[in-house]
Design a protein around this ligand. Structure first.
Ligand code: FAD
Length: 227
């Protein structure tokens, strides 16, 4: 999927991971890949033979280390093989990045994430939907808080849409039904008003931002602290 027109978006996402991935080991791994990027993917040669060669070279880079086997999920483990996993992990990573950036990085982070998902996420439907939501943003982000809240609300829109789909089709993971986040048990102060009939929620966005920072900045990471 690394082509002349997608190369820059991968570089931008790796820059973001190098600076702000919650794990030091993964920050270092992403940085190592960045340092070797021009050798692995030189801009001047895009023959298919070269790309095949590069693919095997790039496999030597596992940015979070080789000890973690592929497909081994902790927080994102589904109750069935085909549920949760990568897409859950990607959301968790994106939220974790959103609470770590500085204000001046908000717009860069927004475009890095939108373009990475658009160019590299293998789920076609997800790429299209997410890109539509990215494209509907009309003015640049200049506050980290605004970007984190945009990502939160975008994720909730996806949850709402999929929740309905999964309920009618019986798909999804029965142990992890889609709901709005944060649930009241996690943050009751986030809810200013909740109309149960229409399921319309008036959020206290300051409290939601606090909950996001707490959950993705401390709680979640401390559960899986590296030795
Ligand atoms: P996920 O929705 O993956 O969420 C992971 C965890 O994030 C949850 O367990 C919860 O702890 C937390 N969380 C939930 N909501 C929020 C929130 N609003 N803010 C902060 N944290 C939250 N699937 C489709 O079928 N169609 C799509 O169009 C689609 N688009 C996607 C777009 C993107 C960018 C991504 C990353 C995934 C998309 N998916 C889509 C996959 C889908 O959203 C879920 O990731 C997948 O169904 C697994 O769901 P899950 O129950 O593990 O929870």
């Amino acid at each position: 999927m690394i082509k002349p027109e997608t190369r820059a978006s991968l570089l931008k996402f790796l820059q973001l991971l190098t600076a702000h991935h919650p794990s030091r080991r993964c920050r270092k791994g992403a940085g190592d890949l960045l340092v070797s990027f021009d050798d692995l993917y030189p801009t001047d040669s895009w023959s298919s033979h070269k790309q095949e060669e590069d693919k095997s070279l790039a496999k030597n880079f596992q940015i979070c280390g080789k000890e973690v086997p592929r497909g081994y999920w902790m927080f994102c483990r589904g109750s069935k093989n085909e549920t949760r996993g990568f897409s859950c992990g990607l959301w968790v990573l994106l939220h974790s990045l959103s609470v770590r950036i500085e204000d001046a990085e908000s717009q860069f982070t927004f475009t890095a994430i939108c373009d990475f998902v658009h160019n590299f996420f293998v789920c076609e439907e997800c790429r299209q939907h997410f890109y539509k939501m990215c494209s509907s943003v009309s003015s640049p982000f200049n506050k980290a808080r605004d970007f984190a809240l945009w990502l939160w609300s975008t994720h909730n829109k996806v949850n709402e849409r999929l929740g309905k789909e999964e309920a009618s089709l019986g798909t999804g993971d029965p142990k992890f039904p889609k709901t709005v986040w944060p649930p009241k048990q996690l943050c009751s102060s986030c809810y200013l008003d909740h109309d149960q009939t229409s399921n319309k929620i008036e959020w206290n966005q300051d409290e939601v931002y606090k909950a996001l920072r707490n959950y993705y900045g401390k709680t979640l990471v401390s559960l899986y602290k590296e030795k």
